[in-house]
Design a protein around this ligand. Structure first.
Ligand code: ATP
Ligand code: MG
Length: 333
């Protein structure tokens, strides 16, 4: 049951692909840091993974991997309610209730919708944009309101969807007399936007089609080492912090996040190094991090079945209470 003295945290990762180091630094690291302080609901957003076509076998593997990786990264199932979104059936109904309180205009203004739909248009030369990418923000709004969460640890790319949630919580409370909390995004100071290794003007994404652009948490540690050595930087040869040097800044960010130091401290440490020495140091710490995680991941795989059932049961109880509040307000109960 929830500890009523603590605030509530909710966070999820879509099962669209293999988890990246950006997902760890941008989101999971904060979930781990905050799990003592909050009532935590951490889930695998397997329903969100359906927004774009996905191979069933791949989806099934992705979701299990994410569950085990959460544990490997430090999410403790005794301190956090850890569950698969599709095991908690309240998410589907909540989505419909929320969807019917939004407009097509506000959903089509979402940056992620614009970005993702633009890519599809270019790829096919015609409009075949799946409805899921327009509507997935309302599923996310429902995810948050079902647990009446106070804070949402996310990378910067999800900030707009948390803002949509805030607007909807206010709208529903005004219209239907509900008492949903107005959630705050919790964005890391270092690492809110880790960039692609092959194009540091783009964010690192698990759905990027170029596997060299990202470090995956289940990458062979040696391959990951090599990817960092090959990361695109610039030809200046000097290490300092500047927005004009996104490749170097990105590697400094990765180093800082994995060593829990500030960006300035990292820049100071490497100010006299050449790019080769610097990249080796970053590559080494990424490699050591992956070895540590992967060891724990293997053990965690065996616990998924039991832990996910326990998690879903606890999550459903709270989700039903917050769903009932809206059903009642709307006049369906
Ligand atoms: P996709 O390409 O499928 O959208 P993704 O890598 O963006 O995958 P999500 O499942 O959308 O991952 O997001 C999971 C969490 O990781 C979110 O909190 C998101 O803000 C965070 N995140 C995603 N990409 C980055 C990034 N490049 N830097 C920091 N955080 C990130
Ligand atoms: Mg994303």
């Amino acid at each position: 049951m929830q500890n009523s003295e603590k605030k509530t945290l909710l966070s999820g990762i879509t099962a669209t692909g293999k988890l990246t180091l950006a997902n760890y630094i941008g989101a999971i690291k904060n979930m781990v840091k905050l799990q003592e302080e909050y009532n935590n609901y951490i889930f695998i957003a397997d329903l969100h993974a359906l927004t774009l076509p996905i191979d069933p076998k791949q989806l099934s593997k992705n979701k299990k991997d994410i569950f085990a990786l959460y544990i490997a990264c430090g999410i403790d199932p005794k301190k956090s309610v850890l569950f698969f979104q599709s095991d908690v059936i309240q998410h589907g109904l909540m989505n419909w209730l929320i969807l019917t309180n939004t407009t097509i205009g506000e959903l089509s203004r979402m940056t992620q919708f614009k970005d993702k739909s633009a890519k599809i248009k270019t790829a096919n030369g015609m409009e075949t944009i799946p409805t899921g990418i327009l509507m997935y923000p309302t599923l996310m709004v429902g995810d948050i309101l079902l647990y009446n969460a106070d804070i949402i640890p996310v990378g910067i790319d999800q900030k707009q969807h948390v803002e949509l949630t805030r607007n909807l919580a206010i709208r529903l409370n005004n219209k239907f007399n509900t008492t949903y909390k107005i959630p705050e995004p919790y964005i890391p100071e270092v690492g809110a936007k880790i960039m692609s290794l092959t194009d540091p003007s783009k964010k690192m994404s698990k759905s990027d089609t170029n596997p060299k652009s990202a470090i995956y948490l289940l990458d062979d540690p040696e391959d990951a080492y090599k990817k960092i050595l090959k990361a695109v930087t610039d030809s200046e040869g000097k290490i300092y912090l500047s927005d004009e040097k996104p490749g170097i800044k990105n590697l400094l960010t990765i180093y800082s996040a994995l060593n829990d130091i500030s960006l300035q401290e990292s820049a100071e440490k490497f100010k006299n190094s050449n790019y080769g020495e610097f990249k080796n140091a970053v590559a080494q710490c990424v490699k050591e991090f992956l070895i540590k995680i992967q060891d724990k991941y293997k053990n965690a795989l065996n616990q998924i079945e039991t832990l996910s059932k326990e998690g879903a049961k606890k999550a459903s109880e709270v989700a039903q209470i917050n769903l009932d509040m809206l059903l009642k307000g709307i006049g369906l109960r």
